[in-house]
Write a protein that binds this ligand. Structure first.
Ligand SMILES: *Cc1c(COP(=O)(O)O)cnc(C)c1O
Length: 431
C-alpha cells in the first residue's frame, strides 16, 4: 500500500489533538510526525517505508510483538462470530474465559472476581469506587480517604488523576480532585496519626517500580511492608499493575516479587498483548461478598462502560495468555533481561548518562549534564535525544530527561543491541 504521507500529515495537523502534546509544536511546519503504518515483531514501519525498533512497546502495551500470528488468528476467528455484545445483562465466552484465566494467575481463593473496563485509568477508577462503596456497605462510611505515593501515576480520568502525584499533569485540576493523603515512603506511612489512618479506605501503589515517575524502584521489601501495614490497620491495598503486569518485571506480576496479594489489582496495557483497549480490576472475595444483597438494599455496584467485556478485546487477551504458555515467554525473557543489563552497562561510559535503572524488561536511562547536574528542563534534552535515536532506527519516548527502554519481549538479541547502540549514538548530540 502506498501512503500519501504529506496529505496524511496535513490532515493530522489540521484535525487531530495528540495526548500530552503541545500542539503548536506538533503543528509547526518543521515537525515531521511519523505515520506508522505497519509492524512485525519488535519493528514498526512508517508511511515512507522506514523501519524502527519499537523501543517503548507502543507506550508500554505490546508484549509479544506486532502482528503476532496467534493473536491475529484469534481476532479473525472472533470477528467472524461477533465483535461486541453488551456485558450488561448478558455474558459472552471470551470475557467469561478470560475472567477465569486471570484469577488463575493468582493463588486459589485470593483474587477471584474480575471487573472489566477499558483502560488503565478506568481499572483504577473501578477499584476506587469499589473501595468507597465497600466501606459504606460495612457501615464504616468515614473510611473514605485514599493514601497515595509521591510522584505516583494512576491515569488521567478525574478519579485516577486525584491519586496522581506528578504535579505537571495533575496540579491544574487539584480543586476538582477528591481528598488524597500523600506519602513518600513507608516511614511517612508509619508516621501517620490515627486520625488519618482510621479514615483511610485504601492505599494505592505502583508495586516494585513507578513508571511515569521516571522508572523508579521502591526499596526491596517495601511492598511486603506495605501489605503488612495495611493488614495491621485494616486498610485496603490497591496494586496498580497497569504497567508492571504480564511479565514486565520478569515475573507475571510485580506483586509476586514480594509474595504480596493485594485487595485489588488494576490491569490494562499488556492485557491484550498491546492489541486493543481492555482493562480488568481483580477483586478479593470478601469485597465482592459485601456487595451481595436483596435488590432493594441497594448494594449493587452501579458502574459500567458501553464496551465492558468487549469480545474482540477479550479474545486478544486470551490469545496473549496462551502465548505466555506456548512460547514459555517468562522463561525466554530471563536471558534477555540479563542481556539488557549487560548492554546498558556500556552506556555508563557515555558522557551525560547519570544513572541507569532497570527492573526486568523496563529500563530508565537518566541524563544529566556530564552525568552530574540536571539539564535545564526547557532544553527538552530527553525529547531531543529520542528524536535523534529515530535516525538510528529506534522509537521511544522520554519522561523528562529519563529515556525509557521497554521493548516487546520478542525483540531479538541483535535488535536489543541495536536499540542500546542507537541510544548511545543519540546521546552524543548533546554538547
Ligand atoms: C499507563 C498507566 C495507567 C493509565 O492507563 P491508561 O490505559 O493510559 O488509562 C495507570 N497506571 C499506571 C501505572 C500506568 O502506567
Amino acid at each position: 500500500m502506498e501512503w500519501n504521507t504529506a496529505e496524511l500529515v496535513a490532515l493530522d495537523k489540521a484535525h487531530s489533538w495528540h495526548p500530552f502534546t503541545q500542539m503548536r509544536d506538533w503543528c509547526a511546519p518543521e515537525h515531521e510526525p511519523l505515520m506508522l503504518v505497519g509492524g512485525r515483531g519488535a519493528l514498526l514501519r512508517d508511511s515512507e517505508g522506514r523501519e524502527y525498533i519499537d523501543g517503548n512497546s507502543s507506550i508500554w502495551t505490546n508484549l509479544h510483538g506486532h502482528n503476532h500470528p496467534r493473536i491475529n488468528a484469534a481476532l479473525r476467528e472472533q470477528i467472524d462470530r461477533v465483535a461486541h455484545t453488551s456485558f450488561l445483562g448478558f455474558s459472552n465466552p471470551p470475557a467469561t474465559l478470560l475472567a477465569a484465566e486471570l484469577t488463575r494467575l493468582w493463588p486459589p481463593g485470593s483474587l477471584e472476581r474480575v471487573f472489566f473496563s477499558d483502560d488503565g485509568s478506568t481499572a483504577v477508577e473501578v477499584a476506587i469506587k469499589l473501595a468507597v462503596q465497600y466501606w459504606q456497605l460495612l457501615g464504616n462510611p468515614d473510611r473514605q480517604l485514599f493514601i497515595a505515593f509521591s510522584a505516583a501515576y494512576h491515569g488521567d480520568t478525574m478519579g485516577a488523576s486525584s491519586l496522581g502525584g506528578v504535579a505537571a499533569f495533575h496540579e491544574r485540576f487539584s480543586g476538582y480532585h477528591f481528598p488524597v493523603h500523600r506519602v513518600g515512603s513507608m516511614a511517612d506511612l508509619e508516621a501517620l496519626g490515627s486520625d488519618v489512618v482510621s479514615r483511610a479506605a485504601a492505599v494505592i501503589i505502583e508495586p516494585i517500580i513507578q513508571g511515569v515517575a521516571g522508572v523508579r524502584l521502591w526499596p526491596e521489601g517495601m511492598l511486603a511492608g506495605l501489605r503488612a501495614w495495611c493488614d495491621r490497620h485494616g486498610v485496603l491495598l490497591i496494586a496498580d499493575e497497569v504497567m508492571t503486569g504480564f511479565g514486565r518485571t520478569g515475573e507475571m506480576f510485580a506483586c509476586q516479587k514480594e509474595n504480596v496479594i493485594p485487595d485489588f489489582v488494576a490491569l490494562a496495557k499488556g492485557l491484550t498483548g498491546g492489541y486493543l483497549p481492555l482493562a480488568a480490576t481483580l477483586i478479593r472475595p470478601r469485597i465482592f461478598d459485601a456487595f451481595l444483597g436483596r435488590y432493594d438494599e441497594f448494594k449493587t455496584f452501579f458502574y459500567g462502560h458501553s464496551y465492558t467485556g468487549n469480545q474482540l478485546s477479550c479474545a486478544a487477551a486470551l490469545a496473549n495468555l496462551q502465548i505466555f504458555r506456548e512460547e514459555q515467554t517468562l522463561a525466554c525473557l530471563q536471558p534477555k533481561i540479563r542481556l539488557m543489563t549487560e548492554l546498558l552497562d556500556r552506556l555508563r561510559g557515555e558522557r551525560h548518562v547519570a544513572e541507569i535503572r532497570q527492573c526486568g524488561f523496563i529500563a530508565g536511562i537518566e541524563l544529566r549534564r556530564d552525568g552530574i547536574s540536571p539539564f535545564d528542563w526547557r532544553e527538552q534534552t530527553g525529547a531531543r535525544v529520542c528524536l535523534e535515536a529515530r535516525r538510528y532506527g529506534l522509537i521511544t519516548r522520554p519522561i523528562g530527561d529519563v529515556i525509557v527502554l521497554m521493548p516487546p519481549y520478542c525483540i531479538s538479541e541483535g535488535q536489543l543491541e541495536q536499540a542500546v547502540e542507537a541510544l548511545a549514538s543519540a546521546t552524543r548530540i548533546l554538547a
